[in-house]
Design a protein. Structure first.
Length: 566
C-alpha cells in the first residue's frame, strides 16, 4: 500500500503521544521521539527505502515499524496502543493545549473520553476546577475546540487541489463530457477549501452521476443533490464535493455564475441591472472575456472575483501585470542544516540554480530560536564564510546572506548591530509568545519594522491555517510603518501560512510597499510552495512591479547594498 512521508511521520508522532499517555518506559519512547526529529532532516522517500536504509536514519526499532506501515498501513506498536485506548481519548490528543499528561488525567481521573464530554466540562466551568488545569487552560482549550469545529471538513488549498485534480480527470475521461473545470472557491484560489466544486458540460449527466456514485473515495449524499448538482463527501478528508452539470451551450454562463462571489456578481451595470441579473437573461457567451466586454466591465481573472477591490484595481492595473510564477527570479527566506533545515547550504543553492533561479536568500533561524538550532554569532560567521566560497563556485548564481531574526517580546532583534550589519538582508519574524492582544502585537512589530536592519517583515500574523489563528494586528499601521521605513512584507508561500493575507496586498501596493513571495523552505523540494504564494498574491492583485523577487540578481544586490549604506 502506498504511504507518503507525511502520513508515516503522523503515525510516528501518534505512537509517541500514545506511549506517553500510557506512561510507557521512557527508554521505549525515546527511539520514536528521536525519529520525529530525524524525520525533519531527511527528505528521502521512506516508502522506497529498505529496512536497513531506514535503520541508518531512524534506528532499527522505528525502521521495523515504518516498514510495517508501508506494507500494511499500520504497525504492531501502534495497533497494541490503539487497542488499549478508547477512540475518543485518541481524539483528545489532537487538541491544541492538551498534552498526553493532561489527557491521561481527564481520562483516568475524570472519566472524560470524548470531545463532547470535554466541551461540556469547559462550557460549565468544571474543567477550571480540575487539578492542573485552571481558568486560563480551560479558556484556551475551549477556543481550540471552537476552532476545530469551525474548520471541520475544510482543507488547505494545497491538499484540496490533488483531490480535485483526481476528480476532474475522472469526469474528463467520461465519454459524455464535453467540457469540465474547477469552479467556486477552488477556481478563485481560496486559501481554505470547504467544498471541491467542478462544473461539467454534458447532455447526459446521469452517466456522470453513475461514475461518481461508483468512485471509491466518494460517499454520495443524495438528500443534498438535485438533477443538476451531484453532492457527496470525500471519505478520507470529510471535505464536501459538488459536481454541477449544465448543457454544453450554457457552460460559460454557468461558470460565470458559479465562480464569482455574490458580492462580485452584484456589481451594478449602466443599464440598471446587476452583473448577475444581466448574465441570467443572456442566452450564451463564447468566452468569459466576451461576457465582461458586453457588460461594459473590465475583465476580472477568476482568482480576484471576490467583490472586494477588483473593480477599483482594474482602473489602475491590467491583468497582464499580475505576477506569474515565471516572473520570479529568485527566492529569499530559506533554511539549511545550519539551523532546522533538511538540506545543506550547498544543496539548497545547487537545487535553486538547477530550477532556473538567479539567486537564493538563505535566512536560517537566529540564536533565540534555540528550538530550531538557531545560529550563535560564531556559527553566523562560519556560514557567511561558506556563502562566500559557494558564490565563487556558483557564479553568476548568487547566494545572499540573510537571517531570520526573532522579534523579541519588546520588539528588538536578537543580534547586536555589528552582527546584523554583516547580512545582506534581515527577515524579522515573531516565533514565540504568540498570545498577544492587538495593541501589544502591533507595537511589537512596529518596533521591529523601525529597526534599521530589518529588510523584510516575515509572516506578519504568525498564523497556521486550520491549526491556529494569527495574533491580531492593526494591519494599516503595520503597512504604513513598512512604507515609512522602506521595509518589504513577505507573502509566506507555505500553504499553512500564506501570510501576509491576500486581502491586504492592495493596501500595501497603494502605500508603495514591496511584496516578497518567499517559500520559507526547510528543504529544497519546498521551493515548489512558491506556486501557492503566487496564487495567493494573484488573489490580492499583486503586480510584477510590486514583487521584489521579480527583480534579477544584479538589481537585488544593488538594492541591498544601497539600503545598507543608508
Amino acid at each position: 500500500m502506498s504511504m507518503d512521508n507525511k502520513t508515516i511521520l503522523k503515525n510516528i508522532r501518534l505512537i509517541v503521544s500514545l506511549m506517553e499517555l500510557h506512561e510507557e518506559n521512557p527508554f521505549k519512547v525515546k527511539p520514536y521521539r528521536d525519529a520525529t526529529f530525524a524525520a525533519e532532516r531527511n527528505n528521502d522517500n521512506w516508502a522506497m527505502l529498505s529496512e536497513s536504509e531506514l535503520s541508518a536514519v531512524f534506528g532499527k526499532k522505528v525502521a521495523q515499524s515504518i516498514a510495517e506501515l508501508v506494507q500494511t498501513g499500520s504497525c504492531t506498536d501502534l495497533q497494541s496502543l490503539l487497542q488499549k485506548t478508547p477512540e475518543g481519548v485518541t481524539g483528545l490528543l489532537k487538541i491544541k493545549g492538551l498534552g498526553a499528561k493532561k489527557v491521561r488525567a481527564l481520562w483516568l481521573e475524570h472519566k472524560i473520553e470524548t470531545v463532547e464530554q470535554l466541551w461540556d466540562v469547559c462550557q460549565t466551568g468544571q474543567l477550571a476546577k480540575f487539578k492542573g488545569f485552571g481558568e486560563k487552560t480551560q479558556q484556551s482549550i475551549l477556543e481550540a475546540l471552537v476552532f476545530i469545529q469551525e474548520n471541520k471538513g475544510k482543507l488547505h488549498y494545497s491538499d484540496a487541489l490533488p483531490l480535485a485534480e483526481q476528480l476532474l480527470h475522472l469526469l474528463q475521461e467520461c465519454p459524455k463530457t464535453v467540457q469540465a473545470d474547477f469552479t467556486g472557491s477552488l477556481r478563485r484560489q481560496d486559501e481554505i477549501i470547504s467544498v471541491i466544486e467542478i462544473l461539467v458540460a454534458s447532455a447526459s449527466p446521469e452517466i456522470l452521476e453513475e461514475a461518481l456514485n461508483q468512485y471509491p473515495h466518494l460517499q454520495p449524499t443524495p438528500q443534498l443533490s438535485n438533477p443538476w448538482t451531484w453532492r457527496g463527501v470525500w471519505l478520507e478528508t470529510g471535505v464536501s464535493v459538488a459536481v454541477n452539470f449544465c448543457k454544453p451551450e450554457d457552460y460559460i454562463k454557468k461558470q460565470l455564475l458559479l465562480t464569482g462571489t455574490a458580492a462580485h456578481l452584484a456589481e451594478p451595470l449602466a443599464i440598471g441591472q446587476t452583473f448577475m441579473q444581466w448574465i441570467r437573461k443572456r442566452e450564451t457567451f463564447a468566452t468569459e472575456q466576451e461576457a465582461y466586454e458586453q457588460a461594459q466591465l473590465p475583465y476580472i481573472v477568476p482568482a480576484m472575483r471576490e467583490g472586494r477591490q477588483e473593480w477599483e484595481w482594474s482602473k489602475q492595473f491590467s491583468i497582464t501585470e499580475l505576477v506569474e510564477y515565471q516572473d520570479l527570479k529568485g527566492i529569499l527566506h530559506n533554511h539549511s542544516t545550519y539551523s532546522d533545515g533538511a538540506d545543506s547550504l550547498a544543496e539548497m543553492a545547487a537545487y535553486a540554480k538547477a530550477q532556473g533561479f538567479e539567486y537564493l536568500g538563505i535566512s536560517d533561524h537566529s540564536k533565540t530560536a534555540f528550538y530550531a538550532n538557531g545560529l550563535t554569532e560564531e556559527r553566523v560567521l562560519a556560514q557567511l564564510k561558506e556563502i562566500e566560497q559557494l558564490n565563487a563556485q556558483l557564479a553568476p548564481f548568487k547566494i545572499f546572506k540573510g537571517i531570520e531574526s526573532d522579534i523579541l517580546t519588546d520588539g528588538s532583534l536578537d543580534y547586536a548591530p555589528d552582527i546584523l550589519a554583516q547580512f545582506d538582508f534581515v527577515v524579522a519574524s515573531v516565533h514565540s509568545v504568540l498570545n498577544m492582544d492587538e495593541a501589544k502585537a502591533t507595537q511589537r512589530l512596529l518596533k521591529a519594522i523601525e529597526n534599521p536592519y530589518t529588510t523584510i517583515l516575515g509572516h506578519p500574523t504568525g498564523r497556521l491555517l486550520l491549526r491556529r489563528e494569527g495574533y491580531p494586528l492593526d494591519h494599516q499601521k503595520i503597512i504604513d510603518a513598512c512604507a515609512a521605513n522602506g521595509v518589504m512584507i513577505e507573502v509566506n508561500a507555505n500553504p499553512w501560512r500564506l501570510d501576509l493575507d491576500w486581502r491586504w496586498i492592495g493596501y500595501a501596493m497603494q502605500k508603495g510597499v514591496q511584496i516578497c513571495i518567499n517559500p520559507d523552505a526547510h528543504q529544497k523540494e519546498r521551493y515548489d510552495d512558491m506556486r501557492y504564494g503566487v496564487l495567493a498574491a494573484q488573489k490580492g492583485g499583486l503586480v510584477k512591479s510590486f514583487t521584489f523577487n521579480a527583480l534579477g540578481a544584479e538589481q537585488v544586490a544593488a538594492y541591498f547594498e544601497n539600503r545598507k549604506k543608508k
